[in-house]
Design a protein around this ligand. Sequence first.
Ligand code: NAI
Length: 342
Amino acid sequence: SVQASFVPKTKPKQVFLNQLHPRASLFKVAVLGAAGGIGQPLGLLIKMSPLVSALHLYDIANVKGVAADLSHCNSPAQVLDFTGQSELAKCLKGVDVVVIPAGVPRKPGMARDDLFNINAGIVKTLIEAVADNCPDAFIHIISNPVNSTVPIAAEVLKQKGVYDPKKLFGVTTLDVVRANTFVAQKKNLKLVDVDVPVVGGHAGITILPLLSKTRPSTTFTNDEVEELTLRIQNAGTEVVEAKAGAGSATLSMAYAAARFVEASLHALDGDGDVYECSFAESDLTELPFFASRVKIGKKGIEANVSADLQGLTEYETKALEALKPELQASIEKGIAFVHKQA
Ligand code: NAI
């Protein structure tokens, strides 16, 4: 079928617009920031999922038209629109997964951290509403800087007494998608087979593709490792520069976020074999949050997979040590932001 062609045949299993078990449950998904560059194509991809019964679209403006447009697609999900703070609670009631791409994107010359001042406040406000209205939902944070916005979300949820570290995910799937694409191109591999774990965080040198763990097993020269690592780390900037002021990655991001939503829905549906990389609370290193492959089940993260961090190459070991201070600082900046406001 058409849907089957979307399924990447990799191990561990990845799921995206997968075929359904006949008894599969259906889920409600909310997108906050749904009228934006990521939000619109992400809404479309989620609307295509046969696992979704309702798609709640929230933004501060322009969401009515997006919802009217998407609602004409003859897939099962019912599309509802919610505009502005006064409708946020209604949007969130009863949802299983909340995806947050709200905020401003980068322009040429900007680092992800330059977005902190605006996006930190947006994420804080949205997570307060999530805590009040759907504290059991899986939360997917896309808004940058992810290295800080995920710790912000955790602190807000803690203050509200509803923090479940197993259900808070920073979306780093785009780093994996990019790594898979670039490695397949460089090594002439069949794209759907390639799987590269990406660990650390989601900005600059904190993005660490573990090329030595590429599946299928592949060898790289030192020059290839250097070139591929830098390209994966700077891929977002490649798009920001090509768009020349019109924003950052939106279509590939929507694709990656839809893959992560789909994986989460399969996990919620009881699939026992769902693995994705994500920036989440972690005990794999001394850092409180760390991106790695995680096993996702009905109740959220069941395990932060440690195997990928064993037997690293010298290059990867050095890069891992080098990223820790920056990642730690971004995490602390997020935590401090919430406490300063309290
Ligand atoms: P955009 O500007 O096109 O869309 C953002 C949307 O958020 C707009 O529709 C805006 O109205 C909405 N918004 C602003 N304040 C809001 C609030 N208080 N509540 C609800 N919605 C609000 O931006 P784009 O390109 O969609 O990017 C969104 C975010 O995603 C940016 O922070 C960007 O840096 C991040 N991003 C993350 C990636 C990742 O890998 N995690 C990759 C690419 C972008």
